[in-house]
Every structure is written in structure tokens, then in C-alpha cells.
Design a protein around this ligand. Structure first.
Ligand SMILES: Cc1cc2nc3c(=O)[nH]c(=O)nc-3n(C[C@H](O)[C@H](O)[C@H](O)COP(=O)(O)OP(=O)(O)OC[C@H]3O[C@@H](n4cnc5c(N)ncnc54)[C@H](O)[C@@H]3O)c2cc1C
Length: 469
């Protein structure tokens, strides 16, 4: 099986060299998919903001903005509705290089920003595990990074943004003065409060493009909790990778990564921005390629590789923050049926038991999660009414979509999360129930007052049990 997988990978990569870009895009299943390729919903129409925005007839709703489709499930999809694409909004409007304040249009990506700000001695205040997202997408999901315990989520660093509403009005929103309720509703507001046109936020000062990192293996989930207690406050960035295929006494073993931006004197050759991508998966793997055996083989290899290399290193920011961005379209490895991510947060008090129980169940089920990440969120409150980050432990698991079996299992995990008043992350979700959503977001009813009536998403209709259009 492994051999087949390997041969497939090599052939796929070779195959790419002989084909044109158009042929490749024709091979992709959908022009505007979500990252998990599940569900696959087509919009009725796609408009480019601002070029075709004049065509907008808000009576023909629902509308939804689309960034780079890096959300995993249906929160960036609008089945039979209209998607408003922000890719033409790709300008930096203002950059105060002395004070580290930047204002940019909604469709500017984190990758675009890094190519400008790092050379000027600044970094993103918060970044998720991919740099191929837009700033407006980062607002709408109030994204978090490896430094949540130190600085909170992206919304905590926003100074202003502009929102276009279907009543024809344009509103500037700030945290303390102008439209501050709309500000709080839009951060983590899932794109439902209107179309963001630009965002202004504060950057973080750095000396160079490098990070001093440390990798520590741990042999069970209880060791993770100990290690994390010792390390969290000492490091700016922390995250753990978990081997979900390990069994018995080693359940939840993994690698603890920590880091901070390097001081000036520790770096001789500085390369500000790295174009990191070197591989592309041009076509979907066959559905059976990722199975319990191949995932286990990968996990064992990955764990042992890092275990033997553990210690300190000086690393460019790109592989530290964005290890997956190295392989373009890596999501195709899950096959045509796509995959589901389950990301929960559970409060600190009950977190250890619930996280341990989830990992036990994953191990016992044989439903190996390929990429599994565990991190502690700190106690800085999120600004957004619907923000996912809150104090506790957050665990993200990826499962190939094997139909009913996968869905039943993920519902079981939801029940565990709900039992301790935890929450599931909408940006990663394609299947949580309306009940789970409602208990995950206690400010849901107040949030509804700020939704733009012309905006909706497939996710929203699913979790509020509204009829599809
Ligand atoms: C490899 C990988 C790693 C990730 N790691 C993390 C992580 O560590 N932490 C984390 O928090 N997330 C993580 N994510 C999820 C990702 O950061 C979020 O889903 C992000 O919001 C995607 O941004 P996007 O630009 O692709 O937006 P899309 O996915 O296209 O849209 C996301 C939401 O933004 C809204 N939106 C987009 N543009 C606008 C606009 N102009 N106005 C109003 N609303 C708008 C959409 O309507 C939608 O609701 C990861 C995703 C991937 C693929």
C-alpha cells in the first residue's frame, strides 16, 4: 500500500510537468471550493468586488464574501447563492513603517503582507498555520496562532475596518468609538455582517526573518500537559503535534514545538521572504491512499525523525509557521471525497480529561487522524461576539471523509466537548449540529441583530436550520 502511495505521488509530480496551468485548473473539481473539499457546493453566481459589484441586486440574496477558501467546511460556501470574490482588492493602502500600523484591502493575503513587512522589520501579530488566507478572512474567523496565550487572536490587533452593507451604507468600525458593536459582531462574524473592504491593524516588531525554535518529544498526553505548564509562559509561540495512532501507555505522544523571533545577533544571513512552495499535488489521491496503515506509517516516521533531532535550532519563519504550505494542494491527498477537520476548545478545568478521552477514543477507533495539533489558549478575551478562541485547550484533528462512520464518530466527540461547555470552530466545520453550535456560542442571539439581511452562508443555514435557497 505504502509503495503504491509513493509511486502515485512520484507519478503525480512528474505528470504536472507536462501539463499547462489551464489543464490543471480544469482538473480541479470546483472553482470555489473549501479546503476540505466537503461539502462541494456550487454558488449560483460569482462577482468580483468591486468590478462587478454594480450588478449586485440585494433582492437576489443571499450573498457571501469569499477570500481564499482556506476554511475547511461550508462557512465560505453559499450553495445556490452569490459569492463576492475579493481577489481584486489586493492593495496595501498605508504602511507606517515607524509604528507598525498597516491598512490593506480585504483580499490582500498574509503571504502578500509578509513579502513587504518582514523586510521592514515587522511581522504579523497573529498568524494561522497557512499564509494563503486573506486579511478579511482572518477577521471573519478571528483566526488564532501559536501565540494565542501571549497576544490573543487576530481581532485583538485590529484598529479599524470598513464594512459595506446591503442598505448601501459604508461603515467604518473601530474597537472603541465608531460602530463598536458592529466591530465586535464582525470579528469572528463568519462574513455575515456585510462585505469588508479594508482592514487596519498593528504589526509586531522583529529584528530579522528567523525564529529560534525548540522541539521536545513527549511520550503521552499527560506529559504534554506537564511540559506545557512548564513552557507556556517562557515562549512566545507554542504548539504540539500529536501522534494519534499511538496506543496503550503512549496515547497522545507527540512533539512540543516552541519558538520566539530571533534576536539580531543570532542571525548572519537574512533572507526576508521565502517562496516556500516546492511541490504540488496536481490531482486527488485515490480515496484509499490515506488509511489507518499509511497514517500510522507517516506518524511513526515523523515522530522518530523529530525525536532524533530534538533540541534548539534557528529556523526561517516560513517552515516554522507554515510547514504545510510547502506542498501546494496538499488537501488532495485525502482523495475526491475530501476530509473533515474537528477542532474543539475545552475549558482548562476539565480540559485534560476531555482531551485525554478524545485521544483515547481516536486511538481505539482506528480512525487515525493524519494531522493533529494540540495547543493551550490563554486568557486574553476575544473581541468578537462569535470568536472561537477562549481560555482552554484546543485540539484539531483531520479525518478522511469515510461517510457515516466518520460523521457518527465526530458527533461522539461533539458530545464530549459539549459536556464541559466547550466549543467547535466553524472555520473548520462541515457537520456540527444546530444544538452544538448554539451551546458553543452563548452570544449567538445578540449577534443575530447585526447580521446583514442580504448575507448568508451554507454553514449559517445549516446550523440555524434555515432552508437552503
Ligand atoms: C493549512 C491550514 C491551516 C490553518 N490553520 C489555522 C490556524 O492555525 N488558526 C486558525 O484560526 N485558522 C486556521 N486555518 C483556517 C483559516 O485561517 C481560516 O479559515 C481563514 O478564515 C481562511 O481565510 P480565507 O481568506 O481563505 O477566507 P475564506 O475561507 O474564503 O472565508 C472565510 C470567511 O471569511 C469571510 N470573508 C472573506 N472575505 C470577506 C470580506 N471581504 N468581507 C467579509 N467577510 C469575508 C467569508 O465569508 C467566510 O465566512 C487554517 C487553514 C488551513 C488551510
Amino acid at each position: 500500500m505504502l509503495l503504491f502511495w509513493f509511486v502515485w505521488l512520484v507519478l503525480s509530480l512528474r505528470f504536472k510537468q507536462g501539463m499547462s496551468a489551464n489543464e490543471f485548473s480544469a482538473l480541479s473539481t470546483l472553482a470555489y471550493p473549501s479546503w476540505g473539499h466537503y461539502p462541494e457546493y456550487r454558488p449560483k453566481n460569482i462577482l468580483q468586488y468591486p468590478w462587478s459589484f454594480s450588478e449586485v441586486d440585494f433582492n437576489a440574496a443571499p450573498y457571501l464574501a469569499y477570500g481564499k477558501g482556506r476554511s475547511y467546511g461550508d462557512s465560505c460556501l453559499n450553495k445556490d447563492g452569490v459569492l463576492i470574490h475579493s481577489s481584486q482588492l489586493n492593495h496595501i493602502l498605508y504602511f507606517d513603517t515607524d509604528n507598525g500600523v498597516i491598512r490593506c484591502e480585504a483580499g490582500v493575503t498574509f503571504d502578500d503582507l509578509l513579502s513587504v513587512i518582514v523586510a521592514a522589520g515587522w511581522f504579523l501579530p497573529v498568524t494561522p498555520g497557512t499564509r494563503f488566507i486573506t486579511v478579511a478572512g482572518a477577521v471573519a474567523n478571528d483566526v488564532h496562532g501559536k501565540n494565542h496565550h501571549a497576544v490573543g487572536s487576530f481581532g485583538n490587533h485590529i484598529t479599524a475596518f470598513e464594512l459595506k452593507r446591503s442598505d448601501g451604507q459604508t461603515r467604518v468600525c473601530t474597537p472603541d468609538n465608531e460602530n463598536k458593536e458592529l466591530f465586535a459582531a464582525t470579528i469572528g462574524g463568519l462574513g455575515l455582517t456585510g462585505f469588508i473592504t479594508w482592514v487596519e491593524f498593528r504589526l509586531k516588531r522583529i529584528s530579522n526573518a528567523y525564529v529560534t525554535t525548540s522541539t521536545t518529544p513527549f511520550s503521552s498526553v499527560s506529559d504534554f500537559f506537564e511540559l506545557d505548564n512548564l513552557n507556556l509562559d517562557k515562549h512566545e509561540y507554542t504548539v504540539a503535534w500529536i501522534d494519534t495512532t499511538s496506543r496503550s501507555g503512549q496515547i497522545g505522544r507527540g512533539l512540543y514545538f516552541s519558538g520566539e523571533h530571533a534576536k539580531e545577533h543570532s542571525v548572519k544571513n537574512t533572507k526576508h521572504h521565502k517562496k516556500q512552495r516546492s511541490l504540488n499535488l496536481p490531482v486527488n489521491f485515490p480515496n484509499f491512499a490515506l488509511n489507518a496503515l499509511t497514517v500510522k506509517a507517516f506518524n511513526v516516521l515523523y515522530f522518530n525523525h523529530h525525536k532524533n533531532k530534538h533540541g534548539h535550532a534557528l529556523t526561517h519563519y516560513a517552515p516554522f509557521f507554515y510547514p504545510l504550505d510547502n506542498i501546494e494542494n496538499w488537501n488532495r491527498m485525502y482523495g475526491k471525497r475530501g476530509f473533515l477537520q474537528h477542532q474543539c476548545v475545552v475549558p482548562l478545568r476539565d480540559g485534560k480529561e476531555v482531551i485525554s478521552e478524545i485521544l483515547k477514543r481516536v486511538s481505539a477507533s482506528g480512525m487515525a487522524s493524519f494531522l493533529s495539533v494540540l495547543k493551550r489558549f490563554g486568557n486574553i478575551p476575544s473581541i468578537g461576539m462569535m470568536s472561537f478562541p477562549r481560555e482552554g485547550y484546543t485540539l484539531a484533528l483531520d479525518f478522511p471523509n469515510n461517510g457515516k462512520r466518520t460523521f457518527t464518530f465526530l458527533n461522539e466527540l461533539d458530545t464530549l466537548v459539549r459536556s464541559v461547555n466547550g466549543a467547535i470552530y466553524p472555520a473548520k466545520d462541515a457537520r456540527m449540529s444546530a444544538e452544538t453550535f448554539a451551546v458553543s456560542y452563548p452570544r449567538l442571539e445578540s449577534f443575530k441583530n447585526y447580521i446583514d439581511p442580504a448575507f448568508s452562508s451554507s454553514f449559517w443555514r445549516r446550523v440555524t436550520q434555515q432552508q437552503a435557497v
